[in-house]
Structures are given as C-alpha cells and as structure tokens.
Ligand binder design. Structure first.
Ligand code: ADP
Ligand code: MG
Length: 236
C-alpha cells in the first residue's frame, strides 16, 4: 500500500519482481512465532532493518531472493529467521542431513552466523553446525553425525566433507549464499557450483551480496529461479 511505498522511498529500497509484498516495518507485523519474537526483543532491537523489512515477506512466501545491501545492514537475520520458519514447516530428522544450508566466505563470518543462529534459534531448539577450514575435520564430522538442522559452511571445507561422503545435502531445501560477491572474489565459484549440484533443484535459494557485479549476476541467473531482487541504496 501507500505506507509501504513511503517506507521504501525513505529507506532507498528498490524491488524488482512480480507482486512484491510490502515491507514488514515492525516486529508485530511479521507474525513470527512467539519464541522467535522473544529472542528478537531480548536482543533489544526496536524495529526490523530495511533489508529485513523487505526481504522477510518475500522469503516467507518461499520465493527466491537476491538482496543487495551493504555490510552492517542486518542481512544475517534477514535470511535466518525465514530459515527458522521454513524449518518449523519441514520437521525432518536432522540426522538425514541439514535442511538449511548457509555458505559463507570465511571461518570468521561463518562462526558469526552460527552464533546468531544459536542465539535466535535456541528457543526453537534448532541444531546448527559450522564447517570451516584451518581446523581439524574430526570434531566437525562428529557434530555432523549427531545431526544438524542448519549447516553454516565455507565452500572449501564443505566440498572436502562432501567428497569424503560424510554429509548428504539431499534434504537441503533452503540454500543461502551469503556474501556472494566475496565468495566469488575468493575464487570459490567452482566449489559453490559443485555443492549446489548436490542440493535438490526443488529448493528456495537466497543470495545476499554487498555489491552487484556481473560475476554475481551470472551465478544468480544460474542458481536462482525467478528471484525477487531487493536493493538498499544505490546499486550499479
Ligand atoms: P550484515 O550481514 O548486513 O553485514 P549483520 O547481519 O551482521 O549485517 O548485522 C549487523 C549487526 O546488526 C549485528 O550486530 C546484528 O545483531 C544487528 N542487528 C540485526 N538486526 C537488527 C535490528 N533489527 N535492529 C538492530 N540491530 C540489528
Ligand atoms: Mg553478513
């Protein structure tokens, strides 16, 4: 409606796609389950950030999304909370493999995502495992064996573990490519493509990036289906 339009203008949000839902500008509007709202309010947040306000209703419609927004804009919860709600709808046995898979460029970023997933998902009792290089595989494999609803991984380490046949991605139905531009800059494109081949085609795919160069456009065109694009601020 008109209010949604004014909010988009005020926060420099531009959207492309069919029938894009209006932004959810307050937490009350989101209709999130109470155990998730509780964690958000506990964190002291007063309102969704613009990328959250606009990407949540799209992600909750199970649509693919490309979100272009600079660092510090709250992208992590932008994909994690709809991921939690997706998990609640699926209720698969995590020992069969993760339902939510988040790819992240570095160990440090992957660890931060896991911390947010644990903090905001703890009341919902989701399990989350983090896989990254530069650390022994043993403990990561042990955690995987116990079962994880959510796996956050760097492409290199996940690919190694896939080649060892120690994880199955056959249950993944919510795939996030976080910091896609950085992953491509770091040369992870071949690993990303190999990983995505192991994920069923019937899935929701979300791509978050700070910039929108042609390499990122290309991989988005290859991996996402009829995505809605959300830009915050100027995107070239
Ligand atoms: P990005 O991935 O876009 O760089 P993050 O998801 O890491 O940004 O979020 C940046 C910081 O903002 C984090 O400390 C996060 O906890 C905080 N944050 C997330 N959502 C909100 C919100 N709605 N209100 C206030 N702070 C938030
Ligand atoms: Mg981020």
């Amino acid at each position: 409606g008109l209010f949604g339009e004014a909010y988009r203008r005020r926060h420099e949000i531009t959207v492309t796609g069919d029938e894009v839902p209006p932004p959810l500008t307050s937490f009350e509007m989101t209709g999130f389950p109470s155990e998730i709202l509780k964690e958000v309010l506990n964190a002291g947040f007063s309102a969704p950030t613009p990328i959250q306000a606009q990407s949540w209703p799209i992600a909750l419609q199970s649509r693919d999304i490309v979100a272009v927004a600079k660092t510090g804009s709250g992208k992590t919860l932008g994909y994690l909370i709809p991921g939690f709600i997706h998990l609640k709808r699926c209720c698969k046995d995590p020992r069969l493999g993760p339902t939510v898979l988040v790819l992240s460029p570095t160990r440090e970023l992957a660890t931060q995502i896991q911390v947010e997933a644990v903090k905001f998902g703890k009341s919902s009792r989701f399990s989350c495992t983090c896989l990254y290089g530069g650390a022994p595989k043993g403990p990561q494999l042990k955690e995987l064996e116990r079962g994880a609803d959510i796996v956050v991984a760097t492409p290199g380490r996940l690919n190694d573990i896939l080649e060892m046949r120690r994880v199955s991605l056959s249950q993944v139905s919510y795939l996030v490519l976080d910091e896609a531009d950085r992953m491509l800059d770091m040369g992870f494109e071949p690993q990303i493509r190999k990983i995505v081949k192991e994920v069923p085609a019937r899935r929701q795919t979300l791509m978050y990036t700070a910039t929108w160069p042609k390499e990122v456009r290309k991989i988005a065109a290859d991996l996402l289906v009829n995505p809605v694009q959300v830009n915050i601020g100027n995107v070239d």
